[in-house]
Design a protein around this ligand. Structure first.
Ligand code: ZN
Length: 160
């Protein structure tokens, strides 16, 4: 069967950036499973999956507007280290959980200059072109339970 809305897809991937550096790969965590048509993978990749079948291999490049979005300057803030709990122990690249009016959010410490700390709430892959190398392992119809839950059960998916 070919991939269409409601298909469960199990696939291997390698994700590289414009410099051909590997960002992520299923070699580490095993193949990934998702439900087509639910926005569980980036839009550009989900569109490219439509109509493919088990055994297919292909490459697709996805621009930020169909990937993780552009970098939003409003999600970047410079704050004083004293305002942050454990502010003396911060290092560039650390992830912090920031709470604000709308709830909690993961931010990355992107720069430290003296007492000034830059916090970035953008997705780590925002603004990047994403180059995927994909191999489809398995395509099957979602079960009624998977459709109801909106995610895949079993290998590469949810376990509960
Ligand atoms: Zn479930």
């Amino acid at each position: 069967m070919t991939i269409t809305k409601g298909s469960v897809v199990l696939f291997d991937y390698t994700l590289t950036d414009d410099e051909k550096e590997i960002i992520d790969s299923s070699k580490d965590g095993g193949p990934l499973a998702y439900l087509q048509g639910e926005g569980q993978i980036v839009r550009g990749l989900e569109k490219a999956m439509e109509g493919k079948k088990a055994g297919d291999s292909f490459k697709i490049s996805v621009t930020p507007d169909e990937g993780y979005g552009m970098i939003d300057p409003e999600k970047i803030a410079v704050v004083d280290a004293d305002q942050i709990e454990g502010g003396d122990e911060l290092e560039e690249g650390m992830q912090l959980e920031a709470s604000h009016d709308e709830g909690e959010q993961i931010v990355v410490v992107s720069k430290i200059e003296g007492k000034k700390v830059t916090l970035d709430g953008n997705h780590p892959l925002a603004g990047l072109n994403l180059h995927f190398d994909i191999t489809i392992r398995e395509v099957r119809e979602a079960t009624a339970e998977e459709i109801e839950h909106g995610h895949v059960h079993g290998p590469g998916g949810h376990h509960h």
